[in-house]
Design a protein around this ligand. Structure first.
Ligand SMILES: Cc1ncc(COP(=O)(O)O)c(C=O)c1O
Length: 372
């Protein structure tokens, strides 16, 4: 631990707990902290870094939750020793990455993109799965914000805007994702879409060919199944357990799986957070099989016991992850975003150009919120 460099910079605006958790995660990923190694006490590290104990406690709690660290009663906190050795040489989060090995494969034919009604239709009842507390929505404040925005609307905003979505909204989403989920993206890589299912259909229509085999979590989100099936995918169920998707079972499904749909931050519907070991194994599987990971981070705004979990996308060094999020839980259905980890915009741009399902945030009330 003497050689561990954990710089804390109070001028960056990045919360100190996140600087510490990112620094420790990086140290684990690039091998400066080895599996099974004991890490300093929170009090000791706080003294070394010249910070209060609170951010160090939050950082440890976060990494315990993500599965990078394990606590052993009476003897301290250790780096998880089940992270496979060969995965730990992965370049650290935030470093540059090699170009993707495979260009997007062209689709063989267009697939009809017909939306179907949700299973969460009215009537609304208390504790209904998948629906936020709509009765608590701040209608009056929202109406004022909408009215203010409409009054300020320019002629340019009334004309055809960037099909990727309102620039100010994409900038706000990119900042939010970088700060709260360690997602690696710029505003140019964010697309606004009318819901996560639209993001999935778009991803599938762009990246997959008809009848491609796509792995899905079992049990899993029926909305994703429907969207992928509508895009012509052949669904391959893979079991989940307390650590999330069973990657060994995924590997046994064969080398021709082109993509996998996962909810690693909060598995739907069982609730597990995917362990660090599984995350590395899944990223490794995708890189070795040239497959895509469709990461659905649908409700990370809501946590009782820890900060939002860092995204799989932020750990990906092979450009294999399409990250999707939504406002459906924080506000109301339906406005979502998708980002790819690719530094090249070409793939993302073609999603947009060709997609009739991309919404214009100018007309979507829920898309305006961060810029208001
Ligand atoms: C797993 C999962 N993904 C995504 C969503 C949100 O989908 P959308 O953005 O299409 O409303 C939900 C809604 O509950 C969900 O359960």
């Amino acid at each position: 631990m003497a050689t561990l460099h954990l710089p804390v910079d109070r001028t960056t605006g990045v919360p100190i707990f996140r600087q510490i958790s990112d620094g420790l995660r990086r140290a684990i990923l690039d091998g400066r902290l080895r599996p099974g190694q004991r890490i300093p006490s929170t009090r000791g590290l706080a003294t070394d870094l010249g910070v209060s104990r609170l951010p160090v406690l939050s950082a440890y709690e976060q990494l315990l939750h993500e599965g990078y660290l394990v606590g052993r009663t009476g003897s301290g906190t250790f780096v998880c020793d089940s992270i496979p050795d060969h995965l730990l040489r992965t370049p650290a989060v935030g470093t540059s990455r090699p170009a993707a090995r495979r260009e997007t494969r062209p689709r063989k034919r267009a697939v009809p993109n017909r939306p179907s009604p949700t299973n969460w239709s009215l009537p609304l009842v208390p504790f209904q799965v998948g629906i936020p507390a709509l009765d608590l929505f701040p209608h009056t404040a929202w109406a004022k914000l909408i009215a203010r925005q409409v009054r300020a609307e320019t002629l340019e905003q009334l004309a055809y805007v960037d099909p990727a979505g309102l620039r100010a909204l994409r900038v706000a989403i990119a900042e939010h994702l970088r700060a709260s989920r360690a997602v690696r993206c710029t505003a140019d890589q964010v697309l606004i879409v009318p819901g996560s299912q639209a993001a999935l259909r778009l991803a599938a229509a762009t990246l997959l060919a008809p009848n491609d085999r796509v792995a899905i979590e079992e049990p899993g989100y029926f909305g994703a199944h429907r969207a992928l099936r509508a895009a012509g995918a052949q669904l391959v169920p893979v079991p989940v357990d307390a650590e999330g998707l069973d990657v060994a079972a995924l590997q046994r499904r064969g080398p021709d799986i082109r993509a996998v749909y996962v909810t690693p931050s909060h598995q739907y519907p069982l609730g597990a957070t995917m362990s660090a070991t599984r995350r590395f194994a899944l990223l490794d599987w995708a890189a070795r099989n040239d497959a895509w990971i469709l990461e659905d981070d649908y409700d990370s705004e809501f946590r009782y016991i820890s900060r939002p979990v860092s995204a799989l996308q932020g750990m990906d060094v092979h450009d294999r992850v399409i990250y999707m999020g939504t406002f459906s839980k924080a506000f109301f259905p339906r406005c979502a975003w998708a980002t790819s980890s690719s530094q090249r915009r070409s793939g993302a741009a073609s999603w947009n150009r060709d997609s009739p399902s991309t919404c214009s945030p100018r007309r979507s009330t829920s898309a305006r919120s961060p810029s208001t």
